[in-house]
Design a protein around this ligand. Structure first.
Ligand code: ZN
Ligand code: ZN
Length: 358
């Protein structure tokens, strides 16, 4: 019998802020002409999922089915879907929809569409109406096919999830800095913070040809970072080491989430016209001052995810260069264990759930 979306989709949902996820069933929305149905195979668990489960940003709605690093197989398509067919392996990231009509969508930066819809923060809209959109802690999803991305053949599905949010988030700013191409030869790039995002960022920067340094307070991560492709390692808690690299960096990508950060600790590493770019959000920025930026004409910037075009480019580049997140595998039913390890900070380095709800 062909696989088809069930009348009730099995999922794991948080029913209240900070609650464990538990079994939850919901009916699929009506099939719109641009929808595709997917059977979820894997979904990654991102730190944002935990913030959303906990309602840290006041955006959460319950029952909340998390998961925005989704991988699945297309099992049906709506009447006007052209880019996908049944059997395709696809990924869905943090953005589930954009209008397709506005200047940003037409200009190739649909991640800034005023009508963008994040995967489970907001309702998606189509000719069948407005519907709650759930995430990849589901066994199946019915979703706008324009935000399903084909996964290059040969790339193992279990590694795809973390690329869909974390991978795009670190790759897009590097790609933009390089002028929308995968070439950073001649640039010295530092990846600050070696965790779920940083360990992917090292691989992207190194494969783009940058002279890539890992910058971390944990000196014991040095050999690991070199295995990932880093040319060098700087222990950021060692002031002599930091001073030895003063004025050498074109670009720093900060992949640290939470905690306090003292920017002045890093500005000394920069060459004139250097860029300090943040993809993780520190809780606080201590002693923030424009003075060091002013004296060296530095740029401070920040971003999350990227556009559809960048997602396609990132997936192709990752597959071609064998860039892979390091994952710990759990299942949908054991999602709470994965969440617990992320909360404790003991996950190495991204959690992935295999769908066992079918
Ligand atoms: Zn995420
Ligand atoms: Zn738009």
């Amino acid at each position: 019998m062909p696989d088809q979306i069930p009348e009730q989709i099995a999922s794991m949902a948080a029913l209240a802020p900070k609650a464990d996820v538990q079994d939850y069933k919901y009916p699929p929305k009506p099939l719109a002409k641009r929808d595709a149905d997917i059977r979820v195979t894997y979904t990654g668990v991102c730190a944002t999922d935990l913030h959303m489960i906990d309602d840290d940003w006041g955006l959460s709605r319950y029952p909340l089915v998390p998961g925005h690093e989704v991988v699945g197989h297309v099992i049906a398509v709506g009447s006007s879907v052209e880019n996908l067919s049944v059997g395709d392996v696809v990924g869905l990231g943090a953005q589930a929809q954009a209008c397709g009509e506005c200047e940003y969508c037409k200009g190739g930066i649909d991640n800034f569409c005023p009508n963008r819809k994040f995967t489970y923060f907001e309702n998606t809209v189509d000719e069948t109406g407005e519907h709650v959109h759930h995430g990849g802690f589901s066994s199946y999803l019915r979703t706008d096919s324009r935000f399903l991305f084909k996964i290059p053949a040969g790339y193992h599905e279990k590694y795809v999830g973390p690329l869909m949010c974390g991978g795009l988030t670190v790759a897009a700013p590097l790609y933009e800095y390089a002028g929308q191409k995968w070439d950073l030869k001649g640039r010295r790039v530092g990846i600050v913070g070696i965790g779920g995002l940083g360990h992917m960022a090292i691989q992207f920067a190194a494969k783009m040809g940058a002279e890539t340094f890992a910058i971390s307070r944990s000196a014991n991560k040095m050999s690991f970072c070199k295995e990932l492709g880093a040319d060098g390692f700087i222990n950021s808690s060692d002031s002599e080491e930091m001073a030895a690299h003063a004025g050498k960096f074109h670009y720093l990508l900060f992949c640290i989430s939470g905690g306090d950060i003292d920017i002045n600790h890093y500005t000394g590493l920069m060459r004139p016209y250097g860029t300090l770019h943040f993809v993780g959000i520190p809780d606080k920025m201590e002693n923030f001052s424009l003075m060091p930026l002013l004296f060296s004409r530095l740029t401070l910037s920040s971003s999350l995810i990227g556009s559809s075009n960048q997602m396609h480019a990132m997936l192709t580049f990752a597959a071609k260069n064998n860039i892979k997140p390091i994952i710990e595998e759990f299942t949908h039913k054991t999602a709470n264990k994965a969440i617990q390890k992320i909360r404790e900070g003991t996950i190495r380095f991204r959690a992935v759930l295999k769908n066992d709800l079918i």
